[in-house]
Design a protein around this ligand. Structure first.
Ligand code: FAD
Length: 505
């Protein structure tokens, strides 16, 4: 007890830098990559641990509890909580993601320009140049047939048979060996997540990294950010070791969509901070096939069917066996028979571009995420998951397990899929999960409706920047990592240029 109380008062770490970056995910690591290469003195502060690939547990539960925020139990509030998956480790959410790469769709870019005044941030020519560099550095390539695996191959068959616009995914894993362990961290470091790419690269370029730094607030003096302070924790056990303080000329907050607004709120920023929280919640369907599917071989995610006009995107998603087993219906001998055939299942999921907008704020025990899908959002979920059931039977499934409350546990024919369409689904009937999160510190030209400007500078506080998915004024309908990196890259270039000009003056 005494130790814990001392830990809250004793300063155990002090440092300084030209630019301090809070968080090392897609946004923070990209900012470090650009600034360090430009010769800026960069310090990256990360709350979680730097995981060593060779030592990361291969069993999913151990791997995810050691790398996800709250071991994956962070959820929205309300009657039907939606888990909000976010990384808590060096590399952030990229350390367990599937490396799927999509450039920002043109309609999204146009909306950002027309409705949010972000023409400069998403300038087409600049983004083209940046995407090309990132794609080269992060080894982006289309998933080859050799590592597509049974799960994705079945989805391709279904997509082609139904004339859907499916394609092999582009991922940042050109040398993928098909081990299907993206969630646990790529065993051969083939997937270029931030922990194996831009974080070490920035360090080679002179940046420093300090883990176990839970930033509480940006220190602001006279309207200018002068550094950050918070608790120094053991990054693995989470034990509080004391306080820390870092002085800096520029502060980049990149703690992700749920935690960036909390850091800003604790620093005294108000207005739109925490608002416009958006997501692509989704759910998955499992199907049983007569021949072995061998989900354990192939890219964790290899094939996708983008249906942006209907507001969703379908993806193959392979699970480790222990997670797949938990998804099988039945009990007793029936369940035993199903689990004895664990090699015969495929799983495909939907990511739904929801119109719902929520809010993140601080609660007594952590963040509170107020977010409720609308009726129209649930209709899109129903449309997407019903289509997956149809696709599974088209590919030859003998049983499909929708996993939706109030509909049959097991479907055995395409005719039975019709039961899923009979009544509109209600909140709580379908178990959603969200890993694509947006908003909460949105960019825009108008300070009354946004938190940062078109160079990701905080309105009203000089020297403060937000460079992560929080700045997205809208969601996108495609996987976000590449767009996050591209807009952050653009803003970090502008910051590096300003630092350079000041040094020259
Ligand atoms: C399981 C999963 C699969 C996904 N698959 C894909 C995919 O295939 N393709 C794709 O495009 N996107 C995917 N995503 C989404 C993508 O990874 C995220 O959108 C992206 O990483 C968000 O970047 P970010 O910088 O905003 O936040 P993050 O990458 O989450 O990084 C935030 C960082 O800040 C740190 N942090 C938080 N609070 C503090 C604090 N107070 N002090 C210090 N540090 C702090 C965190 O530990 C973390 O390292 C996936 C996400 C998940 C969880």
């Amino acid at each position: 007890m005494l130790r814990a109380m001392l830990g809250l008062t004793k300063t155990v770490y002090e440092d300084s830098a030209e630019v301090v970056i809070v968080g090392t995910g897609a946004g923070g690591a990209t900012a470090a990559r650009v600034l360090a290469a430009a010769g800026v003195d960069v310090l990256m502060l990360e709350e979680g641990p730097r995981l060593q690939t060779a030592k990361r547990p291969r069993a999913a539960v151990g791997a995810l509890s050691g790398s996800l925020r709250a071991a994956g139990s962070q959820t929205t509030t309300g009657m039907a909580p939606i888990p909000l998956l976010q990384g808590l480790c060096v590399g952030g959410s990229t350390a367990m993601n599937s490396g799927i790469i999509w450039r920002m769709p043109e309609d999204v870019r146009q909306t950002w320009i027309a409705e949010h005044g972000l023409a400069s941030l998403v300038d087409a020519e600049a983004l083209e140049r940046i995407y090309a560099v990132i794609e080269e550095e992060l080894e982006v390539a289309e998933t080859s047939d050799e590592v597509l695996g049974g799960n994705a191959t079945l989805m391709r068959m279904a997509s082609e048979a139904l004339g859907l616009p499916g394609k092999a995914m582009s991922r940042n894993a050109r040398r993928c060996e098909g081990k299907g362990e993206c969630l646990q961290g790529c065993p051969g470091e083939r997937r270029q997540s931030m922990d194996v790419s831009y974080v070490p690269r920035s360090i080679r370029d002179g940046a420093r990294l300090e883990t176990g730094c839970r930033v509480e607030r940006v220190d602001i003096e006279g309207g200018r950010a002068v550094g950050v302070s918070g608790l120094k924790v053991d990054p693995v056990s989470r034990e509080v070791l004391g306080r820390f303080r870092v002085r800096a000329q520029h502060v980049v907050v990149a703690a992700g969509v749920v935690h960036t607004p909390l850091v800003l709120q604790r620093s005294g920023l108000r207005g739109m901070v925490g608002h416009r929280f958006q997501a692509h919640p989704g759910a998955a369907i499992v199907g049983r096939f007569p021949e072995p599917v061998r989900m354990s071989y192939g890219a964790t995610q290899g094939y996708e069917v983008p249906m942006r006009d209907r507001g969703f995107k379908l993806e193959s998603l392979s699970l480790p066996p222990e997670m797949l087993a938990a998804r099988l219906p039945g009990a007793g001998a029936e369940w035993q028979e199903r689990i004895a055939n664990l090699d015969h299942y495929a799983q495909w999921c939907a990511q739904v571009r929801m119109e719902a907008k929520g809010r993140i704020t601080a609660g007594p025990l952590g963040p509170l995420a107020f977010y409720e899908p609308t009726e129209r959002d649930l209709a899109k979920v129903q449309d997407a998951l019903t289509l997956i059931c149809d696709m599974m039977f088209e590919a030859g499934a003998v049983e499909v397990y929708p996993g939706i409350d109030g509909v049959p546990e097991v479907l055995r024919s395409r005719a039975e899929v019709a039961t899923l369409r009979e009544k509109a689904w209600q909140t709580g009937q379908v178990h959603l999960v969200a890993s694509h999160l947006f908003g909460t510190a949105v960019a825009g030209a108008d300070p009354s409706t946004s938190v940062v400007d078109d160079q990701l500078r905080a309105h009203g506080v000089s020297g403060l920047y937000v460079m992560d998915a929080s700045v997205f004024p809208t969601n996108m309908g495609v996987n976000p990592q590449h767009s996050i990196m591209a807009v952050v890259w653009r803003a970090a270039e502008a910051l590096a240029a300003r630092i350079d000009q000041r040094a020259a003056a």
